[in-house]
Ligand binder design. Structure first.
Ligand SMILES: [Zn+2]
Length: 427
């Protein structure tokens, strides 16, 4: 009964509205370019009713034919997702092969099916960056997401490190450390970047933070880095004329790493400048036993300028006899023995180098000199010189980053600007 009353009221309303529109027939005009269409308001209402009926009928048919179910079918959605993921895989493969244009093409296809998820945006951002495009909308998009922002920063950091743009890399590291103060990679980068920028005090403080985060560096690495940084601080003190502070830092360096030769060499030079040869000798003999090199040999040889040749030979022979079985030790003795015409000492020292498998160019050059001086045997000497030409190089300072051989040790390589890569390269 209520429903019938409602229908009657609806019919009455429609009839009254229709009669009102019939008596008040307004005009509707649609103008488009030079075209104009005019019709009455009644016609407009009829068109709206027909349009609504058409929409309603379309939805009704789609429901009857189960078309909505087709679009939300889980199998269909899974197949679509699999296609998207395949496109993403193809995009990463193209990226790995260096075809960034192709990578972006597949990445965009993946985006049309998978949407703008982090994975898709990271691929598009990486490939766009590789194409050296100045504008990278994907990076900007990732930056706005809290979870993706660190990834974007690491990409920028990676780029700065590759370009060796240390100041901008340092700014990024400091910025990221605010959010990730215990991150091991950032903490170690903070140390090496401070070093590369020559800020040794900051490097020391940075190393302190690294040491607090247990497990970031092995104890031996921590001690070595501590020694290198103290050595560099000592160089600054020496340059400022503060010899006392310089020696204090070098002692600290050698306490951390007793075999760190550059600290002992610098300490010896400071003592020599102060005419304290005995302290210099103590430092040099100590380091000679642990990690000898040709620079320490030169310092030891020329330690006492007024020393006569015989005394020097006696002193160096005693050092060599108690020294390690390294080629530097045998070469030191051989050089002095040849100078003093102590042929058996020279020969046995050089034979010891060959016997221990450490023979280098210098070994055969010294043997050649010995043949010429002792026996005046030019033929044997020339033969040994030829042998020296194909012998392995002598031990030397070597940068494991740029693979060059600097004349002296520096904490930051002057060729490639990397920190703590120069070592005494021994065969
Ligand atoms: Zn280098």
């Amino acid at each position: 009964m209520i429903r019938l009353t409602a229908y009657i009221l609806l019919a009455l309303t429609i009839a009254l509205s229709a009669s009102w529109f019939a008596s008040n027939s307004g005009q509707v005009s649609i103008v488009w370019q030079e075209w104009e269409v005019r019709f009455s308001v009644a016609v407009l209402i009829s068109l709206l009713i027909i349009y609504t009926a058409f929409l309603w009928l379309s939805v009704w048919i789609m429901r009857k034919l189960n078309i909505f179910a087709y679009f939300s079918n889980p199998k269909r959605l899974a197949a679509r997702r699999a296609k998207g993921e395949k496109n993403l895989d193809q995009a990463w493969s193209s990226y790995a092969l260096g075809d960034y244009k192709e990578s972006i093409k597949f990445g965009l296809r993946a985006r049309s099916t998978l949407g703008e998820g982090g994975d898709v945006l990271r691929l598009l951002a990486s490939a766009t960056r590789k194409q050296s495009n100045d504008e990278n909308p994907y990076l900007d998009q990732l930056k706005t997401s809290l979870v993706s922002a660190p990834w974007v920063l690491t990409q920028e950091l990676d780029r700065s490190l590759k370009k060796q743009a240390w100041p901008s890399a340092m700014l990024l590291v400091q910025d990221m450390l605010k959010s990730y103060p215990k991150n091991r990679l950032l903490l170690t980068l903070n140390v090496s970047l401070s070093a590369q920028l020559g800020n040794w005090q900051a490097a020391k403080e940075g190393l302190g933070k690294v040491i607090k985060e247990k497990g970031t560096l092995k104890p031996a690495e921590q001690k070595h880095l501590s020694a290198v940084i103290d050595y560099c601080l000592a160089l600054e003190e020496k340059a400022a004329g503060n010899k006392h502070e310089c020696i204090g830092l070098l002692k600290s360096a050698l306490k951390s790493s007793p075999s760190f030769a550059p600290a002992a060499q610098l300490g010896a030079r400071v003592y020599i400048d102060q005419d304290d040869q005995k302290s210099a000798e103590k430092l040099l003999i100590n380091i000679w036993k642990k990690s000898p090199n040709s620079e320490i040999a030169d310092l030891l040889t020329n330690l006492f300028p007024r020393e006569i040749k015989g005394e020097r030979f006696k002193r160096l022979k005693a050092i060599s006899m108690s020294g390690p079985k390294f080629s530097e030790n045998y070469h030191l003795l051989a050089d002095q023995a040849i100078l003093m015409e102590q042929w058996p000492d020279a020969r046995s020292a050089l034979q010891a180098v060959i016997g221990s498998g450490q023979a280098s160019k210098k070994t055969y050059q010294s043997l050649a000199l010995l043949e010429r001086k002792q026996k005046n045997d030019k033929q044997a000497s020339n033969k040994l010189i030829k042998k020296s030409e194909i012998a392995p190089p002598d031990n030397h300072w070597f940068c494991s980053s740029c693979r060059t051989s600097p004349a002296h040790y520096t904490a930051v390589c002057q060729k490639c600007d990397t920190f703590d890569k120069i070592i005494w390269f021994r065969l």
